[in-house]
Write a protein of this length. Structure first.
Length: 158
């Protein structure tokens, strides 16, 4: 499959919701509540732009098969958000390409670090982050959401 990465548009909403919902469905108890917990997916490009960030989608054969976003964090730091890759394309380098976009954009913005939070259940993602030089910190956080999410903190110096 030929995969093209591009900036997200607001009309990507349905495809993003489908992708992220499919990813969540791989984990027992993990649910996507768009209106209650992820309203940014309704107008994804506008929301990320207004938040000072950027969202990319990976598209293959007219279907969104991956995504990633960057948001500003503390001074000289950026946050990697919404890294999702469809199950059939994992471990083929797409996740690394998407992470690379965030890291390059963070550097362009003058950031010296990229941080992220990742659900404790997303072990494949943790291997990807650690393989790219992200270090898992001692902190976790509970989101008190419908999925009962607990997340690990990761950080990488650029």
């Amino acid at each position: 499959m030929n995969v093209k990465i591009r900036d997200a548009r607001d009309d990507d909403s349905d495809g993003l919701i489908r992708l992220i919902g499919d990813c969540f469905s791989e984990y027992p108890g993990c649910v996507l509540d768009v209106e209650g917990e992820a309203p940014e997916l309704i107008s994804p490009a506008t929301w990320h732009k207004e938040a000072g960030g950027r969202l990319w989608v990976a598209e293959g054969d007219g279907t969104i098969v991956g995504c990633v976003a960057i948001l500003p964090e503390a001074e000289r730091s950026a946050e990697l958000k919404k890294l999702y890759v469809s199950s059939e394309l994992r471990r083929l380098g797409l996740g690394a390409r998407l992470c690379g976009l965030v890291e390059a954009e963070a550097r362009r913005r003058g950031a010296t670090t990229v941080m992220l939070w990742s659900d404790t259940r997303f072990e494949d993602a943790h291997r990807l982050y650690e393989g790219r030089g992200y270090e898992r910190g001692p902190d976790t956080r509970e989101l008190h959401d419908a999925s009962k999410s607990v997340e690990y903190y990761f950080r990488r110096s650029l």
